[in-house]
Ligand binder design. Structure first.
Ligand SMILES: [Zn+2]
Length: 85
């Protein structure tokens, strides 16, 4: 190996921030923190796990439901009106 051009190689401790699982690997970083690992990722566990539904889709669905409710209310009011000729 040529001297002075290679980064330091560590026995790296990897910690999963979701499930707390730890394992060791080799890396140029002494410590790595990951969001998901093979212990808790649904691909490996075979179980579905969704994060709390608080994103843009949830916001849109809430808005759409409100608009639909308002439209239904308007229809009901329209239908309840007595016909005038
Ligand atoms: Zn994990």
């Amino acid at each position: 190996m040529k001297k002075g051009i290679h980064p330091k190689y560590y026995r790296c401790k990897v910690t999963c921030m979701t499930c707390g699982n730890t394992f060791e690997t080799g890396s140029t970083l002494p410590e790595i923190k990951v969001d998901t690992c093979s212990n808790c990722h649904s691909f490996y566990t075979g179980k579905l796990s969704f994060a709390a539904d608080t994103g843009r889709v949830a916001k849109f669905r809430k808005k759409a439901a409100a608009v639909e409710a308002k439209a239904n209310e308007a229809k009901t009011v329209e239908a309840a009106k007595p016909e005038t000729k």
